[in-house]
Ligand binder design. Structure first.
Ligand SMILES: [Zn+2]
Length: 174
């Protein structure tokens, strides 16, 4: 994983960019959805192997999971904007796996589970992998993770948000 902060900030940015109304509930659901896939670390406590389709970076990081999850939430909360909810929540959920596939460590991401159990990384992997567990996060490793996420996740997101802000301001003036 990247850290939950990194995942959450990317989802916040996606929601702001895709949904021009910045619907609060949608932004909140998007952030939660981007953090959700790492719930699969619980698999370790059930003795499920990392490489298992249900192991860490397995099914909950897949495209199918993102589709099912976003459709369920869109159906429950989307009201008259189900399609917008589905799109933003799909992108937020799958962004988690995409970030993980750019990290320096762990296993690859099972994007195609259950069709194909292979794990994938992108050729470019600049993000330092985040430790599993809070005690490891507050360590030298944690500091390195934060610095790498500031550079490769937070800063690009801030640039996107600033551009979006300026663009909206200019549009309102017309
Ligand atoms: Zn993950």
């Amino acid at each position: 994983m990247a850290s939950i902060f990194g995942h959450g900030f990317v989802a916040y940015t996606i929601a702001k960019v895709v949904d021009s109304t910045s619907h609060r509930l949608l932004v909140g659901l998007a952030i939660g959805s981007a953090m959700l896939p790492d719930i699969d670390v619980l698999a370790f406590s059930f003795g499920i192997d990392y490489h298992d389709p249900l192991g860490h970076r397995g099914f909950t990081h897949s495209i199918l999971f993102a589709i099912i999850w976003s459709c369920i939430l869109a159906f429950i909360f989307g009201k008259s904007r189900k399609l917008m909810f589905a799109v933003v929540l799909f992108l937020s959920t799958i962004s988690h796996g995409l970030l993980d596939a750019m990290t320096t460590g762990g296993e690859g991401v099972g994007f195609l589970i259950p069709l194909d159990h292979s794990r994938y990384f992108f050729p470019l992997r600049p993000i330092k992998v985040s430790p599993i567990g809070i005690e490891n996060f507050f360590s030298e490793w944690g500091v390195k993770v934060i610095l790498s996420e500031l550079q490769f996740i937070i800063l690009p997101c801030i640039i996107v948000l600033v551009v979006l802000y300026v663009f909206k301001k200019l549009n309102f003036k017309k």
